[in-house]
Design a protein around this ligand. Sequence first.
Ligand SMILES: Cc1ncc(COP(=O)(O)O)c(C=O)c1O
Length: 437
Amino acid sequence: MTRSAVEKTDPSGTRLGELWSILPEEAGSDDTGRLVVGGVAVAELAERYGTPLHVIDESGLRRQMRRLADGLTARWPNSEVLFASKSLPIVEMYRVAHEEGLAIDVAGGGELQLALAGGVDPQRIYMHGNAKSEAELELALSSGVGTIIVDNEDELDRLDRLLTQPQRLLLRVIPGVEAETHASQATGGENSKFGVPLGELERVVARMQRHPLMEFEGIHLHIGSQILNTAEFAESVDRVSRIGRFPIYNVGGGLGVKYTYAEEAPTVEAYLDAVVAEAKAKLPADAKLMIEPGRSIVARAGVTLYRILSVKRAVKTFVAVDGGMADQLDIALTGQRYEALLADRLGEAWTETVQLVGRQCESGDLLVDGAPMPAARVGDLVVLASTGAYSYSMTNNYNGALRPAIVFVHDGTARLVTRRETYEDLLALHAPSISAA
Ligand SMILES: Cc1ncc(COP(=O)(O)O)c(C=O)c1O
């Protein structure tokens, strides 16, 4: 595998940037110009496992987990990194994150079941959710979940009824920090649906502290996702520091990543420096500091492979692939911009700019609006880069689409960790199949 500098230039001659900056850390090309990830040519993976296919570079993924965990511990020893598992909630990810020593954030009963199936120690699980049902809370308690992150007082009423032994709790607050990101990804502004308003905090904390079985340990906040300005994380630390003194401060996730050649994102080190500098200035020195990144752990480690099914040269050139918004919903939801490449033609000059479209029945099913590439042909393999986070999580069955498979690659070997959905899976939920089940 080689990795010579490949500067990409669009058909009009504009310099776009370095090819490898948006591909997995363990990506390169073989001597025929084919993309290799984790030592395996992605074309071979597509042949073996079919498309659409998610491919995860396991070494890059583990390295990024260690960068965050070791980096935080070096700066603030009494600390913990939680993997925000909503970014890629598959059993193998829970297993790997647990093996790398990360704690786990789950949002609800489904993610909790996946985490338990991945062998995560329940004591290292933090259960989130702004509307946890009684059944989910019962499941959390009976599974021995270490900490529940309480969102509201109705949840406290439920816990009051359910608790039979001491339970560690954090309380989520609305910090009133408006992060600069897509509206659907901003969660810390005053109008947020997540958490308790600051004005109610004293009373709610007092209620928890009075309760014989509620072990209130501290405050949680999360200001949003795909945040590229580290000053906003520092602001959120400042905000919790003004709420009061607690044993634990969990300041959430949200670190943004570089999706396009043109975009710049903070390094893990710059992010940790910003958070910890503010923590050192404002938080009690003996407090425990937690962060819960998701996207910044998995996004770059993943790519999605698609096969081109049609090339239509109309007013615009439409290159249609065998997947779409059913497996990359975040594009329609948050306007996420990705870069696309032809997997086996890396060295070729880009001669046209196309609309890379999916197969779902919406004009909004546009994977990339203006993707520069060599003249595309039916059968070419398309790589959508940096799709490790929130792609599989948001996959759905629109138009009867089947959920793609996921393979982990490492040191020249590939292993299937999540199988492709089948028509049988699709039918199993519905009558008459259910009557037979
Ligand atoms: C409570 C909470 N924590 C952590 C995260 C992870 O955010 P990100 O994947 O942007 O790091 C999220 C996702 O938005 C979240 O809702």
